[in-house]
Ligand binder design. Sequence first.
Ligand code: ZN
Length: 294
Amino acid sequence: MRYAILSDVHGNGDALRAVFADMEWVSTDRGVRIDQIWCLGDVVGYGPEPSECVQRIRARTDICISGNHDWAAIGKLDLQDFSGTAAESAEWTREHLRPDERVYLKSLPQVTRVGDFTLAHGSPMNPIWEYLISPSLAAPNFAAFDTLYCVVGHTHLPTIFLQPASERVVAAAVASPVTRAQQQLAMSLPGGPSWDMMENAVRDAGDRADWATCERLMPEAGVWVLPKGYRAIINPGSVGQPRDGDARASYLIYDSKLSGFEFRRVPYDIPATQRKIRQLGLSSQLATRLAKGL
Ligand code: ZN
């Protein structure tokens, strides 16, 4: 199976159309059929075509979860939590969504699990708000999902965080320490562990959790394969507002046969989007940042 995974469209219809066209190209010219499309939230906010983006995402994706900007657009978040430009554009977006588009955004879950994947907008620990911008922030999040992969968006930065799979057991033990009653019950069972064994296991887990860390990779174009014995939190970057200095739209294609993630960048008509932003009276800062990818 192949899954196209995209995030943070942010009402940028030109970028979204280009990404869907790229998926068509991959399917037809390269003969790599894409079986499903998943979206990790923030369909709207900042960009000039929120309605069109909601309609296309609703029509084309198999799974979509909600992001903080989607919540802001349907009144589920207080706009005081947003910066000036974000609040302004959220208010504008609210006024430009049709009732059925609002209903769709309201229907989206915060977290979903499918096969080897957990999907969350920000992080598995705090799906709507947490920005996974460093290994130290990502490390404890590995205890909050039990699949091989977790895919997130929100930072708009294509990123891979890696942790040895053995540390999940450690993290789970620390997150939910074995109680004395459970230990006694375990010891009373025929063949159950000894008291010392249980104590040592819990102490050991605690010690090892101190150095339970993770590694960060900044993916380049091409296919990345998960090393054996590891789990990963992966961010496909942003379709509609990349912030890694590369202005092209970003998304990825996962191939389950290869366990490989192909990070793709797609050029789109940035001046056309900038014109729409200016014509609609949205902040011109939103237009200029698109050309810089920041
Ligand atoms: Zn976003």
